[in-house]
Each structure stands twice: as structure tokens, then as C-alpha cells.
Design a protein around this ligand. Structure first.
Ligand code: T4K
Length: 358
């Protein structure tokens, strides 16, 4: 069976070497040596500072909201994984949706102004499928309306925008290191915080609010990454350039074979790509369902990322129809794409997609 993704697993002996260090030190969690090492190596690899490792990407988002003091409302995209929005609702912050661009699938800056009202405190765009948002224009609208920006960069590991890490824009960026992600720690995530004081605060918040001298400086939670998760991250990071390279090869092949027949995501010309997902847009939902059937009967399982459009979910209490997001959500799925999918499997997928009669 070929699923939409398959987690990368490093060579077991390499992983074991990291695990042996945990067994020797008996240091299992609470900012241990492997978490510190992973943090330093990620800062170096991603070209950022002020990175805080946490136990998942959803926690990274909720910490960002708390860090920036959100408690009323935030503008966000209806076309994303449910966690971007559910984390807001979970904290009683009202999501206010603003529609996407039909070609990039990212929040459309031209529409953001309409969504601003007295309650809105922040904009939370998502770099969907690793494709950079129009950061320049989003930042302009945020500055004009005195709003914070939190970029959900869960899909954008290693992406650069205007020759700088994409994580260096806005107040905070968040990452997910879930097993299904390009870079993963089984479960995990991170925040990159572009303000030193807020960074120090986030470090405390992740660990119950404790300060360096063990005094409790503020309300915190338990969002720590364990040493076992960091061990996986270190072992995966050793192979990251190869992982991205092999994904690029398959993505380039899909693109070359499918771009004349199907609508693909329009890439931001100012950003690099990390080949984390390969979305395909069909003419209609029926055409998508037919293609799903043909692939499924060959034991190939693409995934409807992202369906449904989040403004259709009851608990979001959205009172405005996000027409473009709904239209895209009904007609898009992501093709299987992972490190060792192999060219033969990619060829079979392309053949099935090209042949309507199969
Ligand atoms: N913001 C955005 C924009 C996100 O995309 C996400 C997560 C978040 C925030 C929140 O981050 P986290 O709190 O999750 O760190 C998956 C992931 O669970 C989720 O992390 C991810 N986005 C989302 C886009 O995809 P599902 O429901 O598709 O996962 P699942 O279990 O169906 O896995 C997909 C396929 O992967 C399976 O068909 C088979 C394969 N698989 C999966 C797992 C877990 C394996 O082969 N082995 C495995 O261990 O959500």
C-alpha cells in the first residue's frame, strides 16, 4: 500500500548511538543534553536564533498565542490543517477567516483589510504545503493595523524567503515535527521568536514557568520535548539534505508529467521549496473522487489535504462563506510523496492519473 506519506526512519544503529547516550546519562527529559544539541543544530541548519523546542506543533501554536497575549480574535486562513484553527478555539480566541488566493492556496493579503475589526489582535497565516505566503504584504497590513503576526510554518521546514529563513519574519513562527513531516522528532515542534524577551518568557512557559534559579516566574505549562524525541530528531537531521533531494526528484517528476493536465500550486517566486507535499487540483470534486477511486483500487492512498474548508466546521462559528477556500478544498488532494517512495511507484501514480479509463 502506498500512503500519502511514510515517516523517514534513520539507520537504526545511528538512532541507537543517540539512545545509548540517554541510557548512560539517565537524563530522559527536562532540557537534557540531546534537546540542547538538537536545538543548537536546528538553529544552525535553519539560520535562526531564539528557537524553543516543544512536544508538538499544536502546542507551539498555543504557546505563541499566550506569549503574544491573544485573548479575543485573530484572522486566519480557512485552508489549513484543523489544528491552526482548533488551537484558537480551544483557547477561546475567535478565529476570523479571510479567504485564500486560488492559485497559491495561501491567505490573500488583498482581502485581509476587510477582516480587521476592533477585536482582532493578530494575523495567523499558514505557509501552506511549504509555499511561502506573501509575507511582504501581510506584514504591511499587520503594521498598519497594529496587529501581531504568527506564521504557522508547520510545512515550511528549511524554506527561505528573500534569501533569509522564512522563520525570521513576523513575531513568531511555529513548526511541527510530527512523524509525517519532512523533518520529524516522532512528535514535536518548535517556536522561533523574533524578540529576546519573549523568547526568554517562552523558555520558562514550556517548563511550568520556572526561571533559571528555580523560582516560578509566571504561569507555564509542560510543553517539553523528551530526550528520546530529540534523539530521533538528531538522527533524522543527519540525513535531511538527502531526504529533501530525493523528494525533489519525485516532485520534479510529478510536476513535469502532470502540469499540463492538472492545476498545481503556484509557487512564490521569492521563496525556496522543501518538497513537503504535492497537491493536485481537479476540475471538479467528482473528477477528484474518480481519481481517488482509481488510485485506491491500485492500493494507492492520496489524502484530501485540506478538507473540508474550516469555515464549514460548526464550532468555528464562521458567519462568512470562504468561497475560494471551499472551492479548492473540494477539488484538491496530495499525492504520495516521501523519501523512499521510489520512481517506479511515482510512475505508476502518474500513469493512473493520466489514464481516465483505468
Ligand atoms: N499546523 C499545520 C498547518 C499542520 O499541518 C499541523 C499538522 C499542525 C499545525 C499541528 O502540528 P502537530 O500538533 O500535529 O505537530 C497529519 C499529522 O498528524 C499532522 O501532524 C499534520 N499537520 C497533518 C497535515 O497530517 P493525518 O490525520 O493526515 O495523519 P495520519 O495518521 O492519517 O497519517 C497520514 C499517513 O501517514 C497515513 O495514511 C500513513 C502514514 N503514517 C502516519 C503515521 C502517523 C505512517 O506510515 N506512519 C505513522 O506513524 O494528520
Amino acid at each position: 500500500m502506498i500512503f500519502v506519506t511514510k515517516p523517514f526512519l534513520p539507520d537504526i544503529s545511528k538512532y541507537q548511538k543517540y539512545l545509548e547516550r540517554i541510557y548512560e546519562s539517565r537524563w530522559l527529559t527536562n532540557n537534557g543534553p540531546l534537546v540542547k544539541e538538537l536545538n543548537a543544530r536546528l538553529c544552525d541548519y535553519l539560520g535562526v536564533s531564539n528557537l524553543v523546542l516543544v512536544n508538538n506543533g499544536t502546542m507551539a501554536l498555543t504557546l505563541a498565542y499566550r506569549l503574544l497575549g491573544l485573548n479575543k480574535s485573530a484572522i486566519t486562513t480557512p485552508f489549513t490543517f484543523v489544528a491552526t484553527t482548533s488551537s484558537l478555539c480551544w483557547h477561546n480566541i475567535r478565529p476570523k477567516f479571510s479567504d485564500i488566493d486560488a492559485n497559491t492556496f495561501n491567505i490573500n493579503p488583498a482581502l485581509l483589510g476587510e477582516a480587521v475589526d476592533d477585536e482582532v489582535e493578530a494575523i495567523i497565516p499558514v505557509h501552506v504545503f511549504g509555499n511561502a505566503c506573501d509575507i511582504g504584504n501581510i506584514e504591511k497590513i499587520a503594521a498598519k493595523n497594529n496587529l501581531k503576526t504568527i506564521y504557522d510554518a508547520s510545512h515550511a521546514f528549511g524554506v527561505s524567503y528573500k534569501d533569509k529563513s522564512i522563520l525570521s519574519y513576523g513575531d513568531v513562527s511555529t513548526l511541527s515535527f510530527h512523524a509525517t513531516k519532512l523533518f520529524h522528532t516522532i512528535e514535536g515542534g518548535a517556536l522561533v521568536i523574533n524578540n529576546d524577551e519573549l523568547y526568554e518568557k517562552a523558555v520558562r512557559m514550556v517548563d511550568f514557568g520556572y526561571d533559571d534559579d528555580n523560582s516560578i516566574a509566571e504561569i507555564g505549562t509542560n510543553a517539553k520535548m523528551s530526550e528520546f524525541h530529540a534523539a530521533m530528531g538528531l538522527a533524522v537531521l543527519d540525513d535531511i539534505d538527502g531526504i529533501i533531494g530525493r523528494r525533489k526528484e519525485i516532485s520534479d517528476y510529478y510536476e513535469a508529467e502532470l502540469s499540463t493536465r492538472y492545476r498545481l500550486q503556484e509557487k512564490n517566486p521569492e521563496s525556496s521549496m522543501n518538497y513537503s507535499y504535492f497537491p493536485v487540483v481537479f476540475e471538479s470534486e467528482q473528477e477528484l473522487l474518480d481519481a481517488m477511486d482509481r488510485l485506491n483500487s491500485n492500493r494507492i492512498y492520496p489524502r484530501r489535504y485540506f478538507y473540508p474548508s474550516l469555515d464549514t466546521i460548526e464550532y468555528t462559528n464562521s458567519n462568512k462563506c470562504m468561497a475560494i477556500s471551499r472551492a479548492i478544498a473540494d477539488k484538491i488532494f496530495c499525492l504520495p510523496l516521501y523519501d523512499d517512495i521510489g520512481m517506479d511507484n511515482a510512475r505508476s501514480i502518474v500513469e493512473i492519473l493520466k489514464d481516465n479509463n483505468l
